[in-house]
Design a protein around this ligand. Structure first.
Ligand code: MG
Length: 294
């Protein structure tokens, strides 16, 4: 099942919808009320079957898609989680100060502030007063269903509600200069998310999914999720060892090779560029570098 958060242009209300097989979006307000998708996921044990079986729902005309989880309680991310990306990042000199191409022995977990989240087709603010080194990172993102702490590898997939796509947009100069990635990865609009939230049962084994990115139609990134150095159960085990995971928390699992800094010279994003990030079965983000959405 594919669910979305959308704004109805007629009423101006933001609601949860269900994507039908023909691509139309049906309004689930009659089933879930004014709940956010994060709330629906938190109450999934009670609401999930009703959401799946609801019929005769109104079709929304020209819905504006919002990020499926508009304000995750925490947006986790993972650095250097594909081998080829570790190599290119180390070579680039941006991994200040150690220039390491070593494969990490434990997951490199960081977070993006939740307010960096923006819609799947919104403009990415180039923040030209802050950065001149804007880069993209296509990533599979995990949406946590049932929260918990001390989750084992064996139990981990039971805590995955579903999946979406995140572009982990990064200001490379800020990432390098601050030697801590929060600022460089958290500028407003630096986390396009969506277009849908797809349930785990529809996705099946995430390892077979392909993550890809293009810039102005030119292929830049392509890899299988099976190439992850630390897989999804390991990420959940690591984070939840001492931090409680909550429903609707999102984990961006890392990006494969082919980001802008892998080129010589680097190919940073410029105003007007269009970056698309896709994952098998999860749709695609399409964001223009331009003015921030109003
Ligand atoms: Mg990333």
């Amino acid at each position: 099942m594919k669910l979305v958060t959308f704004t109805d242009p007629q009423s101006g209300r933001t609601r949860v919808g269900r994507v039908e097989s023909d691509g139309r979006i049906q309004d689930l307000t009659a089933t879930v009320g004014a709940r956010t998708l994060r709330d629906v996921i938190e109450e999934w044990d009670r609401l999930g079957s009703a959401v799946a079986s609801a019929t005769d729902l109104p079709v929304v005309d020209a819905p504006q898609l919002r990020p499926p989880i508009e304000l995750p309680r925490t947006l986790y991310a993972v650095g250097k989680n594909y081998r080829n990306h570790v190599q290119e990042f180390g070579r680039s000199g941006y991994d200040n100060p150690d220039l390491s191409t070593d494969i990490p022995t434990v997951p490199v977990i960081f977070s993006k502030v939740p307010s960096s989240v923006t819609g799947p087709f919104d403009a990415i603010d180039p923040h030209q007063a802050v950065t001149s080194e804007l880069d993209y990172e296509a990533e599979l993102a995990v949406i946590i269903g049932r929260g918990g702490r001390g989750i084992s590898r064996e139990q981990a997939m039971d805590h995955v509600w579903g999946y979406t796509i995140i572009n982990d947009v990064t200001a490379r100069d800020q990432q390098r200069d601050h030697q801590q990635w929060l600022i460089g990865k958290s500028l407003d609009t630096f986390a396009p998310m969506g277009p849908w939230a797809v349930t785990a049962d529809e996705v099946g084994d995430p390892a077979r999914l392909e993550v890809s990115a293009t810039v102005n139609g030119e292929p830049r990134q392509k890899a299988l999720v099976s190439d992850l150095i630390f897989d999804i159960p390991e990420l959940i085990r690591t984070i939840s060892a001492g931090i409680t995971l909550y429903s609707g928390d999102v984990i961006a699992t890392g990006t494969p090779a082919g980001v802008g800094i892998s080129f010589t010279p680097p190919r940073f994003l410029q105003p007007g560029d269009v970056v698309e990030c896709a994952v098998t079965g999860l749709g695609a983000l399409r964001n223009t570098i331009g003015a921030a959405p109003k």
